[in-house]
Design a protein around this ligand. Structure first.
Ligand SMILES: Nc1ncnc2c1ncn2[C@@H]1O[C@H](COP(=O)(O)OP(=O)(O)OP(=O)(O)O)[C@@H](O)[C@H]1O
Length: 569
């Protein structure tokens, strides 16, 4: 219910349409009951052969009643559907806005298909929340109460019977089904997410699955996920139908009871026989408003689950919300003091008591064995994850007090894997909309991509670019982005030695006064760095200038010697 409260607060933005749809729904309900009442009365009156003008008057009343019923039903449909669609769009905007602000690491906790199912499917399920969860009980209770008030002028016995009917069909049976519904394992939402995850993986991994001849096995998993989803749907539908039938059955029992009690009251002269047909017709119609309650438990349960699954995705990072300090303009300094970090759900620490001091405007290289935690350190700098222990400051400001967005705005980043999108070369520079094509062409020339024009197409994930071209395009992307802190994770690993040297020269030119942190496996060109940090198993084992580390004759020296021997071989 806690999750639904947030959803309700988003939905309540559409107050006007909600109020209007309830109002018109009530009018339509009352008009329908009155119409049936008038019909019942008319039938009885007709049997007594009244004067023609009485009959004409009554037929006119029935006609007017049907016009009111039709127009108010139209108004109800119009406003309730308009409210539903606007709520759907409000919900979409609400979740996209929240997702946009989230750290990428939070999104990465979800498999992409699951995330898609949540953002699209679960948001869509919530459109039923107003129409099938909030609206039916309001309408049922208001129409029932008005009808009971009217009937109380004729027979208290019938009022009691209908009140029992209202409680049984509107509350007892739905509550009983709600309990059963909760006990049902799985749920449509979960199965749909699993199915969507399998489909996404099937598409994304199609090439690898085909080459490794695993397509059939994956297809079997896909079919199993689809069957489970269909089965869940079937179970849910059958539950609704069962609930519906029992509800309808109960309302008929009440109806027969009304007829029996009414008959007895007429026979014992406690009720004028002319009203019997009217009372029965009213009872017949009023139960129409408790039938939608059959689906109430299913939709309530689904809405609650969908809201909770969405809340899981966008649950807030409190520390980030309270942050207010902006990073200073210009080159940034970085200080880490005994920082520890463990990936969520992992027992082993990836960063173990790292302390370092990077001065503003200095050029720093991080080297070390594969898996030693170099990339993780960059991710911590980008606030993609929160540190578990220690202190971490950027230009003196504790990282807890800086919004991740603020760090990203001040940073030029090249990661090991850079994402490219279907579009043009210029689109993929990401921050180049304002640039003229000539400027883009000049930039491409700088990163040695002059064989591309700004308008050349790029396929999804940069499929039509070589590894080295992707890295040079990522370099161009970093060049056009704002910021004075460069975080580069093996930005030239796919380039030949000559091109790599030229790229480093370009970087030197552009980052003269900026702070640069470069993760690299290759040790050539590190002589120019102010500081070299050597990492092993999540710890800093050596730290100093190139000369200092060479003199120290330690791990870095050995690495350098090893690289020299490999080159000579
Ligand atoms: N998302 C993650 N969840 C759990 N463990 C992770 C995650 N990402 C990385 N690791 C683990 O953290 C350790 C450090 O990884 P990291 O990528 O920082 O190493 P690295 O020094 O950059 O390696 P390389 O030079 O191969 O890129 C590795 O043991 C890796 O398995």
């Amino acid at each position: 219910m806690k999750e639904l409260t947030r959803i309700i607060s988003v939905l309540l933005k559409e107050k006007r349409d909600v109020v209007l749809s309830v109002l018109f729904g009530y009018l339509a309900g009352i008009a329908a009951v009155s119409l049936f009442a008038a019909n019942g009365f008319l039938i009885s009156q007709a049997a007594l052969e009244p004067p023609l003008y009485v009959l004409i008057g009554m037929v006119a009343v029935v006609k007017i009643g049907s016009i009111i019923r039709a127009t108010s039903r139209y108004g109800e449909r119009l406003f309730s559907h308009r409210a539903t669609f606007t709520m759907l769009s409000d919900l979409r905007v609400y979740f996209y806005e929240r997702i946009e602000k989230m750290a990428p690491s939070k999104i990465q906790q979800f498999r992409s298909g699951d995330l898609l199912a949540r953002i699209v499917g679960d948001v869509e399920s919530l459109q039923n929340f107003f129409l099938r969860v909030v609206y039916p009980p309001i309408l049922m209770v208001t129409v029932f109460l008005t009808t009971l008030l009217f009937l109380s002028f004729y027979s208290i016995e019938v009022v009691i019977l209908l009140t029992v009917g209202l409680i049984v069909t509107g509350f007892v049976i739905p509550a009983w089904f709600a309990k059963k519904q909760r006990a049902l394992s799985g749920g449509i939402r979960e199965e749909r997410a699993k199915f969507s995850t399998e489909v996404t993986e099937w598409f994304q991994g199609f090439r690898e699955l085909k080459i490794h001849q695993q397509l059939e096995k994956k297809e079997e998993q896909l079919i199993a996920a689809s069957d489970a989803y269909v089965e869940e749907h079937r179970k849910s539908e059958s539950e609704v139908n069962k609930n519906h039938s029992i509800n309808l059955g109960a309302s008929f029992v009440i109806l027969w009871s009304v007829l029996a009690v009414g008959g007895y009251l007429v026979a014992s002269n406690q009720l004028d026989g002319i009203f019997l047909a009217m009372i029965v017709m009213i009872s017949l119609n009023v139960f129409e408003h408790s039938t939608p309650m059959a689906a109430f438990p299913v939709y309530y349960e689904e809405s609650e689950r969908a809201a909770s699954r969405l809340q899981d995705v966008v649950s807030e990072d409190k520390s980030d919300k309270e942050n207010t300090v902006d990073l200073p303009k210009g080159p940034l300094s970085i200080t880490l003091d005994h920082v520890h970090f463990r990936f969520p759900g992992e027992l082993r620490e990836t960063i173990r008591g790292v302390s370092l001091d990077i001065k503003a405007g200095s050029k720093v290289a991080i080297v070390g064995a594969s898996g030693s935690g170099k990339s993780t350190l960059l991710k911590l700098l980008l606030k993609m994850y929160q540190i578990n222990e220690g202190s971490f400051r950027i230009s003196g400001v504790p990282i807890e007090n800086i919004q991740a967005e603020n760090i990203w705005a001040s940073t030029k980043v090249i990661l090991q894997e850079n994402q490219f999108f279907s579009g043009t070369i210029k689109d993929n520079l990401l921050a180049a909309e304002e640039m003229h094509d000539e400027e883009v062409a000049f930039l491409l020339e700088k990163v040695e991509l002059s064989h591309f024009s700004p308008t050349d197409p790029v396929l999804e994930k940069g499929e039509n670019l070589s590894g080295g071209e992707k890295q040079r395009l990522a370099m161009a992307r970093a060049l056009v982005k704002s910021g004075n802190l460069w975080l580069l994770d093996e930005p030239t690993s796919s380039l030949d030695g000559w091109t790599e040297q030229r790229m480093y020269r370009l970087l030197e030119e552009h980052a003269k006064s900026d702070t640069v942190i470069l993760v690299s496996h290759r040790l050539t060109g590190l002589e120019k760095m102010d500081q070299i940090i050597v990492m092993d198993h999540g710890k800093i084992i050596e730290n100093g200038s190139f000369e200092e580390l060479m003199v120290a004759n330690g791990y870095f020296y050995e690495l350098k010697e090893l690289e020299k021997n490999i080159v000579e071989l």
